[in-house]
Design a protein around this ligand. Structure first.
Ligand code: PLP
Length: 395
């Protein structure tokens, strides 16, 4: 075969999908991929069905249908407290991933440097690599995943263009505080940098924590692209509807790029998600408390069987250190072996920690568990974990 483009060289199937395939064969429970397989709210489904029946079947404006953009203006100025007043500052995308891709196309030249916090969400890294960006990793470590502001300052060069941040975070559930965002903003202003904030888990918060958007801080909006979407909040990862919020000159260019890449997000499904804004606000409280119950079940199970973990402050993942198990159980030499052991003995899928670190060694004691499951499925997974880890002990 003749060579493909250089940008495809590092691309391989992610560990996350490989675990999903292995589990399919064994009929196990997948706590690996954040697929969020609970039902989508009925009113959203009804609105999408109605739009299909009414032949809302043609391309929409590349930035999205008017009613959805108008609702997003209201949502981002109220919930996120961003200074957004016009639909021109909002665009609907194919998932928040579509927002991230168009933002990267819009902001980066090949060779530009971008800072990313570690542990990271792998799609951010892979896409930056495809774009030809140079990645500067900023390490954060347990138990508090504190932001090393000195390391950020040290990583900046004249080629640095932007920083990516994800709050609440995947894979560790870190939620940025207002103070941390304010300290970051000082650095961004001093070095004239852009920020891309991935806020897809913005409604999954625990222990009374609040979600803060960087773009809401005075002076931050003009240098920030905020991305989010409907996949996680409404259990609809396969619908592929997300959005970006930012200054009009950037959003309008991102819109033109989105038009070239995929024209628009699916029109009838945009009509469906527009119905999300008619739902009662109690939906978000119920969502957070249901996830809190699942977090308690997942994390107390992991505590009980001997993992070392900081309970997540937000999102629906926990990154747990299995090193305490290594001394008394077989099959926990490193993260890949530990992941295979749990698939074989507990029929539970997880993600090996190396997926979230630049140097695989830094992730070799971690597994990521996702608790976005129906409660009874999660209960079964937790019982299977308890049973398997005690039977492995006696084996
Ligand atoms: C941090 C983060 N951002 C984005 C996504 C993907 O979101 P979407 O389905 O809106 O493209 C995920 C999915 O796991 C994620 O964890």
């Amino acid at each position: 075969m003749r060579p493909l483009a250089d940008r495809t060289k590092g691309l391989v199937q992610s560990n996350i999908r490989a675990v999903t395939l292995m589990l399919k064969d064994s009929g196990g429970i997948n706590l690996g991929q954040g697929i969020c397989d609970m039902p989508t709210p009925p009113s959203i489904k009804e609105a999408a069905k109605k739009a299909i029946d009414e032949d809302e079947s043609i391309y929409s404006y590349y930035g999205g249908i008017d009613s959805l953009r108008d609702s997003l203006v209201v949502k981002s100025s109220t919930y996120n407290k961003m200074p957004v007043s016009s639909p021109e500052e909002v665009m609907v995308t194919v998932g928040s991933t579509g927002a991230f891709v168009t933002a990267m196309f819009c902001l980066l030249n090949s060779g530009d440097e971008v800072m990313v916090f570690e542990p990271f969400y792998g799609y951010h890294i892979n896409l930056l690599q495809v774009m030809g960006a140079q990645i500067r990793f900023i390490p954060t470590r347990p138990p508090n995943w504190e932001i090393p502001f000195d390391a950020i300052e040290k990583a900046i060069t004249e080629r640095t263009r932007a920083i990516i941040l994800n709050t609440p975070g995947n894979p560790h559930g870190k939620v940025w505080t207002h103070e941390e965002l304010a300290r970051l903003l000082v650095i961004l202003e001093k070095h004239d940098l852009y920020a891309i904030t991935d806020e897809i888990y913005e409604y999954m918060l625990y222990d009374g924590r609040a979600h803060y958007s960087l773009a809401a801080l005075p002076g931050a909006f003009d240098r920030t692209i905020t991305i989010s979407g409907f996949s996680k909040t409404y259990n609809m990862t396969g619908w592929r509807i997300g959005y970006a919020i930012g200054p009009e000159p950037i959003i309008s260019k991102m819109g033109l790029l989105a038009d070239l890449l995929y024209i628009c997000s699916p029109t009838p499904l945009q009509h469906g998600v527009a119905a999300a804004f008619k739902m009662n606000n109690r939906y978000f409280d119920d969502l957070a408390s249901a996830y809190d119950q699942k977090r308690t079940l997942m994390c107390s199970t992991l505590d009980d069987v001997g993992f070392d973990l900081s309970w997540p402050q937000g999102s629906y993942y926990v990154l747990a250190d299995f090193s305490p198990l290594r001394d008394r159980l077989k099959g926990f030499k490193d993260d890949v072996e530990a992941c295979q052991t749990l698939i074989q003995k507990a029929r539970v899928g997880t993600v090996p920690g190396q997926s979230f670190f630049n140097n695989p060694k830094d992730g070799q004691s971690f597994l990521r568990f996702c608790f976005a499951k129906e409660l009874d499925v999660l209960q079964s997974a937790c019982s299977q974990l308890k049973e398997a880890l005690s039977s492995t002990r006696s084996a």
